[in-house]
Design a protein around this ligand. Structure first.
Ligand code: CS2
Length: 486
């Protein structure tokens, strides 16, 4: 079938049930640069911004940046930067076309252009969803000054590669031009993301000049945020379904769940859109919310991914429908809840009730192998820190240890079990994790990843992990999980 392409010109031919921008897109100017214009941003922050644009806040359009590949730009350019989000719940899907995006820079093609845009006074917020690994931290959690991108950015400030080169470079240029710094808004799943990013930016800037570092330390706001919406990588089946419902062709849509939450610390030096009118919660300190989300949702997600892979499940919904896995996750949540702060407004049990529904949503074909990526970067804040806290308090941490063991077993099972990658693969593949890894191999993994740091409980955690790993390798994953569930 030869369908017309989604664009400004074809908006008026869309199926009537499809929501679309109610504002004049030509009148919108950019106020935000977003680094990492993947599916998550397009189904989360961009939708809240689109709501603000609908209400007339026309100076908050978004210019996106792809840190690596040109695919998103190539597809969306032909669509006047329009794309569809398909919100799916079981068999139901509702469609909305989002118009918040105005332009997109592919960083490796033209880093200087992105630096110019970020230096413009009209840009008041630079937000990021670049995933955990782009924060380029070493095992101590400090900026990795041996990383090739950091070295390159220190060497050639006008053609940055890393988020640090861009953010610090643009702030420096603005400062020299007498332009106030933008607010930097990390929307990645790191505990205390804003403060972490602020500290890393200051340490990067210190290599350029102490004055610049002091300026960033004192004048640049990096509010922490917690973002929450399950947005799997779009599949060909999603694309076909969406085209059919839309009535025109969208080469780059996003499929996501109905749930969307955004909690943000209200520290914006150059203003912000009135997001609170569209469901965003502003708080003084986001940390308790973020810890709850990262541990209960993302921690469970990693458990479902690795155990799911070991038991042959391709998607989260299929893995979570396996009673063996859902019972395990219940046990994991029981270990995690007491590690959360007692904070008014934090309702872990209600959040968990929602999670059970969200993980069971069959409209999302969320692949276990997708979540399995980058375990060395994800597990510390999702699983390892909670395990250490429990061990240090003399509490059992068997489920938490099992998730780490399942990660190691899944790593060892590649590529036959599943194909996923990790930024530390270079070091991980050198550790003999197959067929019978023991405590020495687990210790080597902990050394490489920094799991447990120098905490007192680190040795005990490694031992728990090694024992679970032996159980998995000797009796199989199903039996190892049953042992914990009984
Ligand atoms: C997932 C997250 O891929 C992953 O590691 O756990 O992307 C998760 O879907 C989101 O954080 C949900 O808010």
């Amino acid at each position: 079938m030869n369908m017309k392409r989604l664009s400004n010109a074809t908006l008026n031919g869309l199926a009537p049930s499809v929501e679309q921008p109610g504002y004049d897109r030509a009148a919108v100017t950019a106020g935000i640069v977003h680094l990492g214009i993947g599916a998550f941003h397009r189904a989360h922050q961009a939708v809240f911004i689109d709501d603000c644009l609908n209400e007339g806040a026309t100076d908050w359009g978004v210019i996106g940046a792809s840190l690596r590949s040109p695919e998103t730009r190539d597809a969306l350019k032909l669509q006047d930067w329009l794309y569809t989000i398909a919100v799916g719940d079981g068999d139901r899907r509702s469609l909305r076309v989002i118009g918040a995006l105005q332009d997109l820079v592919v960083v490796p093609e033209d880093p200087a252009r992105l630096l110019d845009i970020m230096s413009s006074p009209s840009i008041r917020i630079v937000s990021l969803t670049v995933t955990e690994k782009a924060y380029l931290r070493n095992v101590n959690g400090d900026l990795d000054f041996e990383h090739a991108d950091i070295l390159a950015d220190l060497d050639e400030p006008e053609r940055p590669r890393s988020i640090f080169g861009f953010i610090v470079g643009a702030i420096d240029r603005r400062r020299k031009n007498g332009v106030e710094p933008f607010t930097v808004l990390s929307c990645d799943n790191l505990a205390d993301n804003g403060r972490v990013l602020h500290r890393l930016l200051v340490s990067f800037a210190a290599r350029r000049s102490h004055e610049l570092a002091a300026f960033i330390e004192q004048r640049v706001a990096c509010p922490s945020t917690t973002v929450d919406r399950i947005v799997p990588a779009t599949t060909d089946r999603d694309r076909a379904d969406i085209d059919h419902l839309l009535g025109v062709q969208d080469a780059w849509p996003v499929a996501c769940e109905p749930f969307a939450q955004w909690v943000v610390e209200d520290r914006f030096t150059l203003g912000r859109p009135a997001l609170e009118r569209h469901g965003v919660t502003f708080v003084r300190d986001v940390r308790p919310f973020e810890l709850m989300k990262i541990r209960l949702l993302n921690g469970a997600h990693s458990a479902i991914a690795y155990l799911g892979l070991l038991l042959g499940h391709e998607t989260v919904a299929s893995a979570f429908a396996d009673l063996r896995i859902s019972a395990f996750v219940e046990g994991l949540w029981e270990e995690l809840i007491p590690t959360l702060p007692e904070e008014e407004g934090l309702r872990p049990l209600i959040y968990i009730d929602d999670l059970k529904r969200r993980f069971s949503n069959t409209a999302l074909r969320h692949r276990t192998a997708q979540i399995a990526n980058d375990g060395s970067q994800k597990l510390p804040q999702r699983i390892v820190q909670a395990a250490i806290e429990r061990i240090d308090r003399g509490l059992p941490a068997d489920h938490l240890a099992m998730v780490i063991a399942a990660w190691i077993a899944a790593l060892a099972g590649r590529p036959a079990l599943a194909e996923f990658t990790d930024p530390l693969d270079g070091g991980l593949v050198a550790i003999p994790l197959f067929p019978n890894p023991g405590i020495a191999e687990v210790e080597a993994v902990f050394d490489l990843t920094g799991f447990g740091g120098d905490a007192a409980g680190r040795g005990q955690l490694a031992l728990l992990v090694a024992n679970r790993l032996t159980q998995i390798n000797t009796f199989g994953a199903a039996s190892a999980i049953d042992d914990l569930n009984s």
